[in-house]
Design a protein around this ligand. Structure first.
Ligand SMILES: NC(=O)c1ccc[n+]([C@@H]2O[C@H](COP(=O)([O-])OP(=O)(O)OC[C@H]3O[C@@H](n4cnc5c(N)ncnc54)[C@H](OP(=O)(O)O)[C@@H]3O)[C@@H](O)[C@H]2O)c1
Length: 331
């Protein structure tokens, strides 16, 4: 197949390009080429999608499959204008952030979406609404040929968000006491980037269409942290911190500097238990959690365990929190 990836220089889109090359497809990636390199065997067409429809001038011919990962409605609209008539199958990689409600557990693709973002450009605070707009533009242009993939948290090698990898990296970094959220039963879903890439190419090969949640198995936080401790050989103590105490200390949930990744405030009980039944029925295959943790840890070691992080607690802040927590709970 002739496959075009709009992206291909980082994480998911790069893994998707690699997967397609490994299966013997002819793979072209369109990106600026500033975030990384395309996988060996794929061809980069360097272009900036901010240049409107001209960005696609370097692409010749028809495509058996196109995969777009952008969240900028303007980029998605312009690409569709040029490429929709020339593509047999189209995948738009969206996100579970399109859903309006994250409190109800177990919802499938029928769940209510956010309103769409109405501008061509979106900022980080409009991410979910922008993804809804991109989905709608894709439905209008290639509806009957369209696979909408809605991933939840993606983990594994190449993850630049520093979220899932925080935990194995933290436990590998030192045996000092580690602050963990006191919510061991919270459900967490992580999909391995390699499983998601394989599913996107499977779906393109088989012409699968429709919206599909692409999420990992709902797994208790204690199991995920246990797997991270096991992989890293952590022999220290985990110090559980209550959610309201963490909030009072200014620790951010989920992501960002001085945060605790995978920890979510109340109102997000459904975030870790979305249904992947439709994708699993069509062939999505999920590897064991331990493999994702091992691969995330290996990648974290490559980057350096002591580096400043986009997400997670710094060693200094964690020490401070441990002392405060111990002082607060001392009889
Ligand atoms: N990470 C998660 O946990 C998570 C969860 C849910 C959904 N998602 C979705 O999954 C997808 C992840 O995609 P990804 O890992 O490949 O990361 P990404 O950061 O969305 O990738 C962006 C790609 O587009 C290219 N690009 C960005 N701006 C461009 C421009 N102006 N012109 C041309 N190309 C441009 C980048 O290459 P250059 O910078 O080299 O141009 C890169 O290859 C996204 O759709 C994301 O929203 C992620």
């Amino acid at each position: 197949m002739r496959i075009l990836i709009l992206g291909g220089t980082v994480f998911l889109s790069a893994h998707t390009a690699r997967e397609a090359v490994q299966r013997g497809h002819e793979v072209t990636c369109l990106a600026r080429g500033v975030s990384g390199r395309v996988p060996e065997g794929a061809t980069l067409v360097a272009a900036d999608r901010s240049d409107g429809t001209r960005a696609y001038d370097g692409l010749d011919g028809d495509w058996d499959a196109v995969v777009d990962v952008s969240w900028q409605p303007g980029h998605v609209r312009e690409a569709l204008k040029v490429l929709a008539p020339r593509a047999r199958h189209w995948t738009y990689v969206s996100s579970c952030s399109v859903y309006a409600d994250h409190a109800v557990p177990g919802l499938g693709e029928e769940a209510v979406l956010l309103p769409h973002h109405s501008g061509a450009e979106a900022g980080p605070g409009d991410y979910g609404e922008a993804k809804v707009a991109c989905e709608q533009l894709s439905v209008e242009a290639v509806g009957s040929r369209l696979h909408i993939s809605r991933p939840g948290l993606i983990g594994g090698p190449g993850d630049g968000s520093d979220r899932f990898g925080y935990w194995p990296a933290r436990f590998a970094r030192s045996s000092e006491p580690a602050v963990v959220p006191d919510t061991p039963e919270t459900l967490v879903q992580v999909i391995d980037v390699r499983d998601l890439a394989a599913w996107l190419i499977d779906a393109a090969e088989e012409g699968v269409t429709g919206p599909f949640n692409a999420v990992g198995r709902p797994t208790e936080l204690r199991t995920v942290l246990g797997a991270a401790m096991e992989a890293s050989g952590f022999e220290g103590t985990a110090v559980p911190a209550p959610a309201d105490w963490l909030q009072a200390q200014g620790v951010r949930p989920w992501a960002g500097e001085e945060s605790l990744p995978l920890w979510l405030p109340s109102g997000y009980e459904g975030f870790g238990s979305r249904s992947a039944a439709a994708a699993l029925e069509q062939g999505l295959t999920l590897r064991p959690l331990e493999e994702t943790v091992e691969a995330a840890l290996a990648y974290e070691r490559e980057l350096g365990l002591d580096r400043p992080r986009k997400a997670g607690l710094s060693a200094a802040r964690e020490r401070e929190l441990v002392s405060l927590l111990r002082a607060a709970t001392r009889p």
